[in-house]
Ligand binder design. Structure first.
Ligand code: C2E
Ligand code: MG
Ligand code: MG
Ligand code: MG
Length: 284
């Protein structure tokens, strides 16, 4: 509301603001079309254990826009969340992931590789979330044990009970859960004992300045110790250097993901990547 000549009023007529708003509206319309047509690229980033074996992959979407080029999820996911498009988009990701898992199983390939997908708040809290996840798995005959859902702390603040109920129902069907970007949200440690988690994911912001930054080093160490005590696996994201990996290994972190091992890549490249790495670790 315009109350006097406050900063807000001036900003409202700011041409830059208008440009941003207009751009978001047009992206939203394009996004709608892209969701209808399933025009997203499904990229996979490898997750590696202490022995150098690929044990999983995180699905990270890319949107090839006809004019803007490849749009990153940092841009379009928030827009999709605002408009509710994240629900059909998330369903599409789920369906693709289940299809990939069942294709691998049919080819007797990569039987130990889990696929992690990111789940937004509106998705988890949508009424038929549990049925949707189980439906995708059944439709493709995928093994539920191979599917991991990444949730963030922000998704727990509004409706913790709903989250616990749905996660527990899915866990009973052997779906796995990872707590993404751990430590960056309004974390309450009491969540941790209530949620049926399999994994904690150390946020990149605590990894990037390792091992020099003593605060980050202490936080990373604390997260790994906490995970161990609670019987959870711990993975670090955004691992870019050997020094970071060495430090994380030293404190007992059991999985790693980051540019040091591989960037998010299309499915066929990921399959080649795993095949190549697999033969190396057999030789070792
Ligand atoms: P996230 O789940 O925390 O994913 C990790 C992000 O870190 C990804 O960014 C990944 O490409 C990037 N990354 C991985 N390794 C490194 C590294 O070594 N160095 C650096 N600097 N970055 C690294 P991306 O792909 O841009 O995705 C951003 C966010 O968008 C994701 O953060 C996730 O929250 C969201 N997102 C992506 N795909 C989906 C999706 O299908 N559904 C939902 N709801 N969200 C998604
Ligand atoms: Mg994630
Ligand atoms: Mg993350
Ligand atoms: Mg992150």
């Amino acid at each position: 509301e315009a109350k006097g000549a406050g900063g807000n009023v001036i900003r409202f007529f700011d041409p830059e603001m208008q440009r941003v708003v207009r751009e978001e509206v047009s992206l939203d319309a394009d996004l709608r079309t892209a969701v209808d047509r399933g025009e997203f690229e499904f990229h996979l980033q490898p997750q590696i254990n202490r022995f150098g074996t690929v044990v999983g992959a995180e699905v990270l979407l890319r949107w090839p826009h006809p004019v803007r080029g490849l749009v990153s999820p940092g841009v379009f996911i928030p827009i999709a969340e605002k408009s509710g498009l994240i629900v059909p988009l998330g369903n599409w990701v789920l369906d693709c992931a289940a299809k990939v898992l069942s294709n691998w199983a049919a080819k007797e390939l990569f039987s130990d590789i889990n696929l992690s997908i990111n789940v937004s708040a509106n998705q988890l809290h949508s009424e038929d979330f549990v049925e949707t996840v189980l439906g995708a798995i059944e439709r493709h005959g995928a093994r539920p044990r191979r599917l991991k859902l990444e949730i963030t702390e922000s998704l727990l603040v509004n409706n913790l009970d709903d989250a616990i109920r749905k996660m527990t129902a899915l866990q009973q069907h052997e779906i796995l859960f990872s707590l993404d970007d751990f430590g960056t949200g309004y974390s309450s440690l009491s969540y941790l004992k209530q949620l049926p988690l399999d994994q904690l994911k150390i946020d990149r912001s605590f990894v990037s300045d390792l091992p020099q930054n003593k605060n980050d080093a202490a936080i990373a160490e604390m997260i790994v110790a906490l995970g161990r005590t609670l019987g959870l696996h711990v993975i670090a994201e955004g691992v870019e250097t050997e020094e970071q990996k060495g430090f994380l290994e030293g404190i007992g972190c059991d999985q790693f993901q980051g540019y040091l091992f591989g960037v998010p890549m299309p499915l066929d490249q990921f399959e080649e990547f795993v095949s190549a790495l697999g033969s190396v670790s057999h030789m070792a």
